[in-house]
Design a protein around this ligand. Sequence first.
Ligand code: PBG
Length: 330
Amino acid sequence: MKRKFPNTRLRRLRSNSPIRNLIRESTLSQNDLIQPIFLIDGDNRSQKIKSMPEITRMSIDLAVKEITSLKKLGLQGVALFPCIQSKYKDKKGSESFNPNGLMQKAIEKIKKSIKDIAIISDVALDPYTSHGQDGVLGKNKEILNDETVEVLIKQALSHANSGVDIVAPSDMMDGRIKSIRKELEKNKFVDTKILSYSAKYSSNYYGPFRDAVGSVKNLGKSNKDTYQMDYANSKDAMHEVEMDINEGADIVMVKPGLPYLDIVNKISENYKVPIFVYQVSGEYAMIKAAVKNNWLDEKKVVIESLQCMKRAGANAIITYYAKDVLKWMK
Ligand code: PBG
């Protein structure tokens, strides 16, 4: 159909705010937000993260306090990430499935103290390995897929044992969703959900996060190109999503966020699965830096970025801005 002027004047529907509100195609609400939390050992401890202004690493007791107040603001979920001491790191990341490890204790404590908040746990080895990779290394420093999956299964099960709602494998090994699902079923964790980082790109936007979990030094000059996806590709993402759904993923994730919304949109149009988007640390740091210089209006740019993720097809968004947005919405 050809729309002709002046029968059609698209500006008619933009002429005032009630009309604009009524024809809005997507919404951003408190139901869409997940706050990442970085954990450290100890009591009443918090540490600043240089490349992530206003975000801190915190001990479990402070995390419980923080999440309690976030919950009052309307938060629906938290994504937990550990930053462990180097003495607990080894080549295989064995600390990752310690039943008394930092993550496991945190999940238990949060579950016990706070009602009705979705706890999402990162399943990956990079915070636990002495080399900072998400996998077990072979003789030539290659990442061994199946050996890594063996460790990931134990890690995921240990989180389920602690009472986690959603395990979120962010490692990008092949076949890990199927193996984790099988292990959860075998142990009667039939309701434990899997949020698969399906479309996870080998991105340069993760820098500040690697600082936050303390893997940056360990990783050194090496990269994650042999398992995370090439940012030039989109078919690869569709392939990953399809396989993960077939292997038992309940939700898929796209990461990073803003530069990858074409991927979000493609998944949304092709699959019947909820999609989460991760506005990653580098995206956060970029906005913070511009805001510090008075080059951008923080509130407006953040809301716009998140709204665009919803428009593209995101069901929920993991963002370091969750707390601020909830406050702005009040
Ligand atoms: C690693 C993991 C990363 C992030 C979440 N889980 C970094 C990486 O893959 O190196 C990045 C999140 C962010 O940048 O905010 N398993």
